[in-house]
Design a protein around this ligand. Structure first.
Ligand code: 2IO
Length: 441
C-alpha cells in the first residue's frame, strides 16, 4: 500500500501554484491520495481515472446533487441516468451538430473578428481578459439566442455559479454569494424560456424548450438547468483552452511556425493542448460500493476526484508525457474530439462532454482567425505567467505583443476543413464505454 506523505496536500499553496510538478509523484507514490480536510480521494493514474469514468454504475454522478444542482436550479445532464439521460443528451447533441453547428461557427467568427479589431492597431492584447472571456460569453449567448450585450452581467452571475461548482472549499459567505448569482441568473432566464416556448426560433433555448421527452415537454425548471449547464460548460473552459493553446505555441516557436504554415495542423495543436493542460482538471464521482485502486480500498459513499491533468501525463499511456508535441503519434487528432479520444480532457464514458465538437469548432475557428492577425506574437515585456484554479485551471492573463495592423480588411469567415463528426451521440459514447470497460477488466 502506498505510504501517504503527511506533508503533501493538494489543498496547499505549493500545489496550486503548479500542480504539474506533483503529478509524477502522485501517480508513483500516492495514486489514491486522501485529503482529510475534505474527506475525498484523488486518483492520478490514467487507468484508474478511466475505470471510474467508464464504470458509471460503480461510480455515480450523484455528488452533483450537492455540488451543482443548487446553482444550476435543477438537474444537469451529467446527473441523469437511463432513458431520461439518453433522450435529453440527444436533444443537446442535436443542438450542437449539423446545421446548428454551422450557424454557431458564424457566430464564433463574427464575435472573434469584432472583439480583436480594436487591439490590432495597438499591437497589444491580453488574450484572456481583453479577448477570451468576453468572446466565450458572447458566443454562448448568441448560441442560446440571448442578448450578447448582456455579456458582462451574465459573466458576473456565471462567475458565482462556476465558483460554487469548482470551489473545493467555500466559506458560508461565498456560498451565499454563489447562490445569489444563481438565483439572479435564473430570474433572467425564466421569462425568456417561457417566451421562446410560445414563439420558438432557431436558437438552442427554443429547441430545448419545445423538445419532448417520452411525449412530455420538459418543465421550465429542466430547461433552465440545461441552459445554465450549457452556459457554464461552454464559458468556463473556453478562454482557458484558447490561452493555453497560444502559450504552448509561443513556448514552442518551431511548432507555431508549422501551424502558421499549415493551419490544418490546428486540430492537432488543440488536441495536444487539451492533453497537456486540460482546462477541467478534476471530475468528481461518488463510490457506490467499496472499490480497490492500486491496493487501497476507497469506501462506499466516498467522493473520488479524477485528476485529468495527471492522467493525461501518465507515461504508461503517452510517451514523453511532459513534452508538448502536436505531432505525437499516441494522441490521434481525428479521434481526439470523439468518444474514442485517448486524452481525458472531455472525460470519457456515458457522460463524456456533449460539447466536444462545438469546443473544437470554437477554438479552431478563433485560432485560425487570430493566428494571421497576430503576426510575430510574443509575450509582452515584463509579463509574468501565472495559472489559477484547481478544478478548472488556466492562465490568469496572457499579455501578448504583435505587429500592429489595420483591422479594415476582415478575412473571410473560416470554414473548418475537417468535417465534424457528431462524435458525442449517446450510441458512440456507449460503444466507447463498452470498449473501455473491456480494456480495463
Ligand atoms: C457543469 C466544470 C465547467 C459539465 C458541471 C456540473 C457538469 C459537467 C464538467 C464540465 C465543465 C464544468 N462537468 N461540464 O466538468 O457540464
Amino acid at each position: 500500500m502506498p505510504v501517504p506523505d503527511p506533508r503533501f496536500s493538494i489543498l496547499s499553496e505549493d500545489f496550486a501554484a503548479d500542480p504539474y510538478r506533483y503529478f509524477a509523484r502522485l501517480r508513483d507514490r500516492s495514486p489514491v491520495h486522501y485529503e482529510p480536510a475534505i474527506d475525498s480521494y484523488f486518483l492520478s493514474r490514467y487507468q484508474d481515472v478511466q475505470r471510474v469514468l467508464t464504470d458509471h454504475e460503480a461510480f455515480t454522478t450523484e455528488t452533483l446533487q450537492e455540488r451543482a444542482e443548487p446553482v444550476m436550479r435543477g438537474p444537469v445532464l451529467a446527473q441523469m441516468t437511463g432513458a431520461e439521460h439518453t433522450a435529453k443528451r440527444k436533444i443537446v447533441v442535436r443542438g450542437f451538430t449539423g446545421p446548428a453547428l454551422q450557424e454557431q461557427i458564424r457566430a464564433i467568427h463574427a464575435n472573434a473578428a469584432e472583439l480583436v479589431a480594436p487591439f490590432l492597431p495597438r499591437g497589444r492584447m491580453d488574450l484572456v481578459n481583453d479577448f477570451g472571456k468576453p468572446f466565450a460569453v458572447r458566443v454562448t449567448l448568441d448560441v442560446l439566442g440571448l442578448d450578447r450585450e448582456d455579456w458582462q452581467q451574465v459573466a458576473a452571475w456565471l462567475g458565482g455559479v462556476g465558483e460554487f461548482i469548482t470551489g473545493i472549499v467555500l466559506t458560508p459567505e461565498r456560498r451565499r454569494h454563489c447562490l445569489d448569482c444563481a438565483e439572479q441568473l435564473e430570474a433572467y432566464l425564466v421569462p425568456v424560456i417561457e417566451q421562446r416556448r410560445r414563439h420558438p426560433g432557431e436558437d438552442l433555448i427554443s429547441k430545448l424548450g419545445t423538445a419532448e421527452f417520452d411525449g412530455i415537454a420538459m418543465s421550465t425548471r429542466d430547461v433552465t438547468a440545461l441552459v445554465v449547464n450549457v452556459l457554464v460548460a461552454a464559458v468556463e473552459p473556453a478562454d482557458k483552452t484558447l490561452a493555453l493553446l497560444f502559450k504552448h505555441l509561443i513556448d514552442h516557436p518551431e511548432q507555431l511556425a508549422q501551424v502558421r504554415q499549415d493551419p490544418t495542423l490546428l486540430p492537432a495543436a488543440i488536441a495536444e493542448t487539451l492533453r497537456y493542460t486540460p482546462p477541467v482538471q478534476l471530475i468528481p464521482r461518488q463510490v457506490e460500493e467499496d472499490a480497490e485502486f492500486a491496493g487501497t480500498v476507497v469506501p462506499a459513499g466516498a467522493t473520488v476526484f479524477c485528476m485529468i491533468g495527471a492522467a493525461n501525463r501518465d507515461p504508461d499511456v503517452f510517451t514523453a508525457p511532459d513534452t508538448f508535441d502536436l505531432h505525437r503519434p499516441d494522441l490521434g487528432t481525428a479521434r481526439s474530439f470523439t468518444a474514442a479520444a485517448q486524452h481525458l480532457a472531455f472525460g470519457t464514458g456515458l457522460h463524456q462532454c456533449v460539447g466536444a465538437a462545438f469546443a473544437r469548432a470554437e477554438i479552431e475557428t478563433v485560432a485560425a482567425l487570430l493566428l494571421p492577425l497576430l503576426d510575430r506574437v510574443r509575450y509582452s515585456p515584463g509579463f509574468a505567467y501565472r495559472e489559477t484554479g484547481l478544478y478548472t485551471r488556466g492562465p490568469a492573463s496572457l499579455a501578448l505583443d504583435f505587429s500592429p495592423s489595420t483591422p479594415s480588411s476582415a478575412p473571410t469567415p473560416f470554414t473548418p476543413s475537417v468535417p465534424f463528426t457528431p462524435s458525442t451521440s449517446t450510441n458512440s459514447a456507449a460503444d466507447a464505454t463498452r470498449r473501455h470497460v473491456r480494456r480495463v477488466v
